[in-house]
Design a protein around this ligand. Structure first.
Ligand SMILES: [Zn+2]
Length: 215
């Protein structure tokens, strides 16, 4: 029997993620019991993830766990610093077009090492960094370098906090405006792209500019 196909709207997808993160926060310290193996049978030949997550590779922020989701629920792209390069855009275009997934979340997190490394590099440039790691820093840099010219430059903790958020917003902007396919899906099909920050300290995911994304 073929499963009934219906599209989860961006708003419904966001509610599922918010509810999942509430379960995760409530269960910190317990063992999560999601991902029933029985679903694997349904997923052998098809998938219909209800949200796409562009997250950081940091081992402490696995999207499926922090949103308490199982097999087949999330289409996840992870890269240090949740940066946007062509392969990330391509992956998101693929999922949004192929699976009719209507929500994209850029999930950054507190104390992101890629953001910290970029701030460090801006302060004390090094020659020794590998070309490949530099490619990541170079993608974070435009979002955060302006902050070093503000009062935040003297407050390391506040600077780091704001830099993480600025980097998430920059990735959201690039996804909203860097792809004809995504622009068309936003305009005609109700695709929403939102930023969110995971707190390593509390486990809570805070979503940004929620209303703007749905206007
Ligand atoms: Zn990170």
């Amino acid at each position: 029997m073929r499963a009934q196909r219906f599209v989860t709207t961006a708003r419904e997808a966001l509610e599922r993620l918010r509810a999942g993160n509430r379960r995760f926060v409530a269960s910190i310290g317990d063992h999560l019991t999601s991902t029933p193996t029985i679903r694997r049978i349904d997923l052998q030949t098809q998938q219909q993830p209800f949200a796409i997550v562009l997250g950081c590779s940091d081992s402490r922020v696995p999207a499926e766990i922090v949103f308490d989701q199982g097999l087949g629920d999330l289409f996840v792209i992870r890269v240090a610093g949740n940066i946007v390069a062509p392969s990330q855009i391509g992956s998101i275009e693929f999922a949004a077009a192929r699976f009719e997934t209507r929500l994209v979340v850029v999930l950054g997190h507190s104390q992101c090492g890629a953001v910290a490394a970029t701030l460090e590099e801006l302060r004390i440039p090094t020659e020794s960094q590998s070309r490949n790691m530099r490619a990541i820093v170079d993608r974070v840099r435009p979002a955060v370098e302006g902050l070093l010219r503000t009062d935040l430059a003297k407050k390391p903790d506040a600077l780091m906090k704001e830099a993480v958020r600025a980097n998430i917003r920059a990735s959201v902007d690039q996804l909203r405006h860097g792809s004809d396919i995504l622009e068309q899906l936003i305009r005609d099909e109700g695709l929403a792209i939102v930023g969110a920050e995971y707190s390593l300290e509390t486990g809570v995911v805070e979503f940004f500019d929620r209303t703007a994304a749905f206007s």
